[in-house]
Design a protein around this ligand. Sequence first.
Ligand SMILES: [Zn+2]
Ligand SMILES: [Zn+2]
Length: 253
Amino acid sequence: MLIDTHAHLDSLDDLPGTLARARENGIGRIIAISSDLASSRDTVSISEKYENVFAAVGIHPHAAKTADSGVLKEIETLAGAGKVVAVGETGLDYHYLNSEKDAQINSFAAHIGIAYRVGLPIVIHARDADLDLIGILKTEKVSERTGVIHCFTGNYETARKYLDLGFYISFSGIATFKKSEEIRDAAKKIPGDRLLIETDSPYLAPVPLRGKTNEPAYVKYVAETIADTRGVSPEEIAEVTTENAERLFRFER
Ligand SMILES: [Zn+2]
Ligand SMILES: [Zn+2]
């Protein structure tokens, strides 16, 4: 069994078909990740409708400018829903700067506070902003459930800093791209008990499906790449990453 720990199910066209294909490919569980308030409401309803789907609620750094106090209050309420297993995605994206840095930092700090109060892990999006992210994680009171740096694209040295703070590292289809040697080097070196895999569907389809619409079934290609990189069998990676996801997200909640 594999777990796709990060999929934007609310952005996929044919959800029943997508979930059926995921099941056929051995994807036992999927975490539906939110990007704004409307999407947080949607992922909670999707998780209520489908047995194998769990939800994370939050405001993506791109939409951080929408995260006013009313919105954050509703996110905190939604975080209490039955199958919500994490807060996110939140974080910092200085590459696109769709929201200004200040708005992103305030929203990120607020999400850390929500995760702390509701006792859930955080799903963190990091792009060209590791220094600020690590600084904020060191100064804010972080939930003891920590969280995950999703779609990790840094090197091992950066991964080490997040690992030292207790975080898990999740690899996406980017790890399968030819040029991603540095990312694969990190995937090779990080401790097995902190490793997670994801698709970030519908974005970033892995090789050999690069450029297509991504879906949870394709997380198996990420697992194969990580297995190859670490010199172990895909079955072993499936087992280890599934155990890790179960420990971090406590699905039985
Ligand atoms: Zn992201
Ligand atoms: Zn995402």
